[in-house]
Design a protein around this ligand. Structure first.
Ligand code: SF4
Ligand code: SF4
Length: 185
C-alpha cells in the first residue's frame, strides 16, 4: 500500500516533472557527443587497435623469430605461424598471419612476445566488405607498422606500456652458462 507521500507524488506527476526539469536544464549546455567522423577522439595511451609486426630498424625485416609464444597464448587461436630453417639451421618466419575478425584484442600476444615483435596499433578505423581484408599476412602486418607505429611512436609504445621485456632479464653475473664453461676449458 502506498504511503501518503508516494500518493501525492503520483497524483502531481512529481517524477515526470523532475525528469522534464533535468531535460530542460541540459538543453542549454554543451553537447557531450562528438560529430564522428568529423571530430575524432584521440586514441588513449595503450589503446589496442589493429595489429602490426615490428620492423627491425637495422635489418628492415620483422623482429619476430617465430617462437610461437604469441600463438600459444592467444585465447582466440587466431595467430598462424609457419617457419622453416635456412642452411645454417636458423629459423625463418615464412608466414605470420592473424585472423583479425576472431581477435578479441586482449593484448596477450604483445605481452607474451619476449622480443617486442608484435604490437597493437592505435588504428581502429578499418572496415571492408570482404573477410579477406581482415586476414593479416606478414607483409600487411609489417606495412601496418610502417603506417601507424614507425619511429618514436613504436619505440615509446614498448617502453611505456609493455614491461618487463627480455632486456629486463639479464643473465645474473654468477650464473654458469655454456659459453662461460667453454671459455674456462
Ligand atoms: S590480441 Fe589477444 S586475441 Fe588478439 S591476436 Fe593477440 S592474443 Fe590473440
Ligand atoms: S611475435 Fe614474438 S612471440 Fe610471436 S612468434 Fe614472433 S617472436 Fe615469438
Amino acid at each position: 500500500m502506498k504511503t501518503a507521500k508516494e500518493f501525492l507524488k503520483t497524483i502531481f506527476f512529481i517524477e515526470i516533472l523532475r525528469g522534464l526539469a533535468l531535460t530542460l536544464s541540459r538543453l542549454f549546455t554543451h553537447a557531450v557527443t562528438r560529430r564522428y567522423p568529423k571530430v575524432k577522439r584521440p586514441a588513449q595511451p595503450g589503446f589496442r587497435g589493429l595489429h602490426a609486426l615490428v620492423r627491425d630498424r637495422d635489418t628492415g625485416k620483422e623482429k619476430c623469430v617465430g617462437c610461437c609464444l604469441c600463438a600459444a597464448y592467444c585465447p582466440s587461436q587466431c595467430i598462424y605461424i609457419y617457419t622453416s630453417e635456412d642452411e645454417d639451421h636458423k629459423k625463418i618466419v615464412d608466414r605470420y598471419e592473424i585472423e583479425v575478425l576472431r581477435c578479441i584484442f586482449c593484448g596477450f600476444c604483445v605481452e607474451a612476445c619476449p622480443f617486442g615483435a608484435i604490437s597493437l596499433t592505435e588504428h581502429y578505423e578499418y572496415s571492408d566488405y570482404s573477410r579477406d581484408a581482415f586476414y593479416m599476412t606478414k607483409e600487411r602486418l609489417l606495412s601496418n607498422w610502417d603506417k601507424y607505429m614507425a619511429g618514436q611512436k613504436g619505440e615509446g609504445y614498448f617502453r611505456k606500456f609493455w614491461r618487463p621485456m627480455s632486456e629486463d632479464f639479464g643473465t645474473p653475473e654468477k650464473q654458469a652458462t655454456w659459453r662461460k664453461i667453454q671459455n674456462a676449458k
